[in-house]
Design a protein around this ligand. Structure first.
Ligand SMILES: *[C@@H]1O[C@H](CO)[C@@H](O)[C@H](O)[C@H]1NC(C)=O
Ligand SMILES: *[C@@H]1O[C@H](CO)[C@@H](O)[C@H](O)[C@H]1NC(C)=O
Ligand SMILES: *[C@@H]1O[C@H](CO)[C@@H](O)[C@H](O)[C@H]1NC(C)=O
Ligand SMILES: *[C@@H]1O[C@H](CO)[C@@H](O)[C@H](O)[C@H]1NC(C)=O
Ligand SMILES: *[C@@H]1O[C@H](CO)[C@@H](O)[C@H](O)[C@H]1NC(C)=O
Length: 353
């Protein structure tokens, strides 16, 4: 966080009069669901007591798929019918505290615009973070952003790594109602650099697919299975997932998919028990529908391998033709976006990736 943006936030939070007037949206829950109750019998599975707290928590609430919406944008795509005019919907997984990342994205690759004749729209998807005053402050922050930028969807669940699949399912449910005919989507983290100009060009050039056919492309991960070390961020014990292998999946840092495939994944999800690793879960849904993820060489979910070790890893020439790189922080994001839009940018063949 830099101190200037914190000052700006404090100013907004302590001064309600500073908010834009004439837009007093009713911010109460839009969709209400009864509070989902803990499944006490989850504790009966063998070895439950030896599992870490977050895994126990996951098992207790694994069946919960509906949470009230705190911040909704029902008109985001111009209504269900209008949604066919949204060519590329950017669906970015963010956490409430990542205000600075969202700001940079709004001003760079995730800018809403008419690009090459088609519309790009942006959404951040979030839960809640912390508790007490801290939680209230972060919720207030999101309300302010929601009012100002109309790009925030928030549900009332705890925004944690093991709840990412829940977040994705809640989004797909929302999409089914509000934006069912969106052509294509980018689904990714708030720390990726996506060249959305190139993405639009790639998607427009697809033969025979206007979003009504299958597309699911990214960085393919194959021949891996659940990590059984309790200290890993990705730890999945047998009580959560028995098999030793995952289906072929696209890394969740960022992948692109068609509206058709998103709706199919949602449809399949109703009958597949939640697995906390969201990118693997998506692949389980695809598999059930008889569909496959594919590789796109321009999606560098594990970062870019630059052959020349003495070269500047942020030389814009390396990034001219890619679709997405993970991970990029704010300063580089802003500078890179500007460089790539400089008509004077000169690149020799040696930097072509
Ligand atoms: C907001 O809407 C809800 C449900 O429509 C209603 O019960 C509530 O009174 C409204 N609140 C305000 C401040 O208008
Ligand atoms: C609760 O957990 C038990 C044990 O894992 C499971 O068999 C049961 O289906 C779960 N109930 C619900 C409502 O998910
Ligand atoms: C997911 O969110 C629910 C609702 O806030 C919470 O009860 C649960 O503990 C969270 N699960 C994990 C694994 O963080
Ligand atoms: C969803 O699945 C059901 C069968 O499980 C099928 O009849 C229906 O057409 C599917 N809908 C979509 C949009 O894929
Ligand atoms: C690129 O080359 C042109 C002509 O050789 C030059 O005028 C321009 O300053 C160069 N641009 C950059 C960013 O170096």
């Amino acid at each position: 966080c830099n101190s200037a943006s914190i000052m700006f936030l404090l100013l907004l939070l302590t001064c309600p009069m500073c908010l834009p007037k004439g837009d007093n949206k009713n911010l109460t829950y839009t969709y209400s669901w009864p509070k989902c109750k803990q499944n006490h019998s989850a504790a009966n599975v063998a070895g439950f007591n030896s599992l870490p707290g977050h895994i126990k928590d996951f098992l207790y609430y694994r069946h919960c798929r509906h949470f009230p919406m705190l911040l909704d944008l029902p008109d985001k795509c111009g209504g269900p019918e209008g949604s066919a005019d949204v060519f590329l919907l950017l669906v970015i997984k963010s956490s409430p505290k990542n205000y600075n990342r969202r700001e940079v994205l709004r001003n760079t690759w995730a800018k809403e615009r008419l690009q090459n004749g088609v519309w790009i729209r942006r959404l951040f998807i979030l839960g809640t973070q912390n508790s007490g005053f801290e939680k209230t402050t972060l919720n207030n922050l999101l309300e302010i952003e929601h009012r100002k930028y109309k790009d925030i969807l928030q549900w009332d669940f705890h925004d944690t790594f093991y709840n990412l699949t829940l977040k994705q399912i809640l989004f797909l449910e929302w999409m089914e109602t509000n934006c069912p005919h969106v052509r294509f989507m980018l689904n990714g983290d708030d720390d990726v650099f996506a060249n959305t100009d190139n993405m639009v060009e790639y998607l427009k050039n697809l033969e025979d697919n206007d979003g009504s056919k299958h597309l699911f492309a990214g960085h393919l991960v194959k021949n891996v299975g659940p990590i059984r070390y309790p200290d890993s961020k990705y730890y999945i014990p047998v009580q959560v997932y028995k098999s030793e292998s995952y289906p072929l999946y696209c890394s969740g840092g960022g992948f692109i998919l068609s509206g058709y495939t998103a709706r199919t994944i949602y449809n399949m999800s109703h009958s597949i028990i939640l697995l906390p690793i969201d990118d693997v879960y998506m692949a389980m849904c695809l598999e059930k529908a008889g569909l496959h993820p594919e590789s796109h060489s321009g999606i560098k979910a594990l970062g870019l391998q630059i052959p020349d070790k003495s070269a500047d890893p942020y030389d814009p020439c390396f990034y001219r033709e890619i679709l997405l790189v993970h991970r990029f922080l704010s300063v580089h994001m802003l500078v890179m976006w500007h460089h790539l839009h400089n008509p004077q940018l000169n690149c020799s063949l040696s930097t072509k990736m």
